[in-house]
Write a protein that binds this ligand. Structure first.
Ligand code: AMP
Length: 392
């Protein structure tokens, strides 16, 4: 079903109630909308800010009918929600981005085939339907290689690095152990990129689109740790990335917010690693240092409203708070100490339980220059590591 213009006062539906769903809900609230959050986990952060909360399994058909009746449009906060749920909802209400796009993106093989067939550069890849073809596939791709589950992987989960032939058997064993019926994998060349970049692009139902500045990302153990904006380097790279982003989402005919994760090679060439069909962790800086945040753009795009003009108001560094990083901040004194650092904006996601590798919050550090923002971020990280001020 196609979306028209959806007026403030209407109820927007979001599938998934993590921090991205919560930030979407707050942005919608600011624009006068109500939000219905559907997430099976009753403790999911977005339930705390939703007007209507659906803490029920995604398979519940009664809930599906109630949810569809209530909302004017549906979006989602991440790509691993069931595609069949999106298809069923789409029979009754518009879903943005569409379930067809979700299906392309959910499967790494389908996504990379889509990109390659439209002439976009990606790391070399081959789909793998059976673990016993791993050796021959890796030989074709060459070493070093990366084997990933085709679906449901995130934050480096479901990935195995293969540096040499002697490691293939062990990885074959590991993927066999975690295999489920119908599962597929993708084998990619491990690209010797110089740096990882990403770019947000927003596309409205009328086909108009806009991009955010290109950002540079650093990962630790497969999880995004730091985003720096604007990325250093030539304006040629920035315009190449913006053109790529607009073309790719035009080809998909996507409506909503998308993020392209890119690898920059030493030649300057940009490869698309993957596309997220939603606001992205590397775009959280937009909440604090942009004229319009990525979440407000998501609301605008799915409601058929004009997209906001994007302006970066300050250089910034976004630092994710992962696992135990959050422990001192959840105590009053640690939180006070952090809020005392100049140019630091704290976002805690309200998750009660700290788990290793769990994203608990983030901090945006801004400054006159990126160097100053990086200094503030470093001060804070040093404080986290040594602890006397923040953890007291
Ligand atoms: P992904 O789940 O595909 O986003 O991968 C998580 C992280 O693994 C990326 O941010 C990269 O740091 C690394 N990575 C993924 N694919 C490749 C590749 N083909 N070559 C080199 N590094 C990769």
């Amino acid at each position: 079903m196609k979306a028209g213009v959806i007026a403030p006062g209407s109820v927007l539906g979001v599938l998934g109630g993590g921090q991205l769903g919560a930030m979407f809900t707050v942005a919608a609230y600011r624009l006068g909308y109500h939000v219905a959050v559907w997430d099976p986990d009753p403790e999911a952060p977005a339930h705390r800010v939703a007007t209507h909360s659906f803490p029920f399994p995604f398979t519940d058909q009664h809930v599906l009918a109630r949810f569809a009746d209530l909302v004017s449009v549906v979006t989602y906060e991440w790509e691993n929600i069931p595609a069949e749920l999106c298809r069923a909802l789409e029979q009754r209400k518009p879903v943005c981005p569409s379930s067809a796009i979700l299906s392309v993106i959910q499967d790494r093989i389908t996504q990379k085939n889509f990109l390659a067939s439209h002439g976009f550069s990606t790391p070399p890849f081959i789909g793998l339907a059976s673990p016993d073809q791993l050796l021959s596939t890796v030989r074709q791709i060459g070493y070093p290689a990366l084997c990933k589950t085709a679906t449901a992987g995130y934050d480096g989960k479901g990935q195995w690095r293969i540096s040499r032939e002697s490691e293939v058997r062990e990885v074959e064993h590991a993927i066999l152990e975690s295999a489920r019926p119908g599962m597929r994998w993708i084998v990619e060349s491990l690209v010797p990129f110089e740096r990882e970049l990403s770019i947000l692009v927003v596309r409205g139902a009328d086909g108009q689109s806009c991009t955010y500045p290109i950002v540079e990302n650093e990962h630790e153990e497969g999880i995004l740790r730091t985003t720096m904006v604007p990325a250093s380097g030539s304006s040629a790279v920035a315009s190449q990335a913006a053109a790529l982003a607009i073309q790719a989402i035009d080809r998909l005919e996507g409506v909503g917010v998308f993020c392209l994760e890119l690898f920059q090679l030493s030649t300057g060439e940009l490869l698309i690693n993957e596309i997220a069909p939603r606001p992205h962790n590397s775009g959280h800086y937009t909440l604090d240092v942009c004229s319009v945040s990525q979440f407000e753009q998501q609301v605008r795009a799915i409601c058929g409203m004009p997209l906001g003009e994007v302006r970066l108001l300050s250089p910034a560094v976004m630092l994710n708070l992962i696992g135990d990083d959050a422990a001192p901040l959840m105590k009053g004194a640690g939180c006070r100490a952090l809020l005392d650092i100049p140019g630091a904006v704290l976002h805690l996601y309200g998750k009660r339980v700290i788990r290793p590798r769990r994203k608990m919050g983030h901090v945006t550090f801004f400054g006159e220059t990126l160097v100053l923002a990086l200094d503030h971020a470093k001060q804070f990280r040093d404080g986290l590591a040594s602890g006397p001020t923040l953890s007291s």
